[in-house]
Design a binder for this molecule. Structure first.
Ligand code: DGY
Length: 324
């Protein structure tokens, strides 16, 4: 019988997932808490055929030390931490976890839309600070914007974009516009969404949700000129990756009233620095990159990542990242 592939898992995983991995692989699991620190990973990787990660750079530095490595599985749909060129050059497969998180991330995008428009975070701290007094909730200070029947612009109409469009059109009677590299006739038919050129979408939308994946081509995809095209009443929501936006330009747009507000799950630098001006702006709702962070979805992602790793190493089914 052929020996099992040797795999390194960079974090603790739920018991059923460990049991599954052990059935198919000879597993080494980092039990030290958190994620296996990079220096130890670089030392250990030479002995392994497969690697399970989350947010670890897979680049020449690591691959040079990994002569046996054949597959890296990330427990995330985004794989901007994979250096595709380096992996391709060494014949290392990369896999990711599409589908299982679509609805969960779409829910969070909606949480940010609603929180920004109805000022949920600001008003929550207002109430908790004991500031609520009779007659104090006045229009000029505290009223928000309607989400229902407003125009939503989705940039990046992949699976998550479609899940957002479904919520918007069916649940909130929104007029939904989208911009994408290619037209999505099925989504147009199913959810009544309308295609727009990027500029037109920015000009017409009350809420703009960025869902573009981060690739070398989409770094600072949304810049100063794009914020200037948005309505002064617009809210900008980012649930993709922080680097897809020129953060300095966004800060300026929020500070000087070019746009009304933002809801952000992601930042150029994560964890975000406590000195980041975005954290001082009352018109910005911030979250610590929790788009997929529900118990069930994170479990499903971890299981799929484990299945991908086994599949990639044994010639079975695996969600190999598109570029490989
Ligand atoms: C992903 O899977 O890429 C998400 O950003 C994780 O929350």
């Amino acid at each position: 019988m052929a020996s099992k592939p040797k795999v390194l898992i960079n974090q603790k995983l739920p018991d059923p997932i460990v049991a599954y991995l052990k059935e198919h692989c000879d597993c080494t699991i980092w039990e030290g808490g958190g994620l296996l620190p990079r220096p130890q990973l670089l030392e250990m990787i030479k002995d392994f055929d497969g690697l399970y990660v989350n947010k670890e750079s897979i680049d020449a530095e690591l691959l040079e030390r990994a002569p046996r490595l054949r597959a890296v599985s990330t427990s995330s749909v985004g794989y901007n931490h994979f250096n595709i060129e380096d992996m391709r050059a060494r014949g290392v497969l990369g896999t990711h976890t599409p589908h299982v998180l679509d609805d969960t991330v779409a829910d969070l995008a909606f949480a940010l839309i609603l929180s920004s428009a109805r000022r949920v975070a600001e008003l929550d701290s207002y109430v908790k600070q004991g500031k609520w007094q009779k007659g104090a909730i006045k229009e000029d200070e505290w009223f928000g914007m309607d989400v229902h029947h407003a125009t939503l612009g989705i940039i990046g109409m992949g699976r998550i974009g479609e899940a957002i469009a479904k919520r918007a059109s069916r649940g909130f009677d929104m007029n939904v516009l989208y911009y994408n590299r290619s037209r999505k006739p099925e989504a147009e038919e199913q959810y009544g969404v309308q295609y727009r050129a990027l500029e037109d979408l920015l000009k017409e939308s009350d809420f703009i949700v960025l869902m573009t994946p981060l690739t070398p081509q989409t770094v600072h995809y949304i810049r100063k000129e794009h914020f200037e095209m948005m309505k002064p009443t617009a809210f900008f929501i980012n649930t993709s990756r922080g680097q897809t936006v020129d953060e300095q330009a966004m800060i300026e747009a929020l500070q000087n009233g070019t746009i009304r507000g933002a809801g952000l799950d992601v930042f150029e630098q994560e964890p975000v620095s406590p000195d980041n001006p975005l954290l001082k702006l009352p018109n910005v709702v911030t979250l610590p990159h929790i788009g997929s962070a529900t118990t069930k979805t994170r479990y499903d992602m971890a299981m799929l990542a484990a299945q991908n790793l086994v599949g990639a190493l044994t010639g079975g089914k695996a969600y190999v990242v598109q570029e490989l």
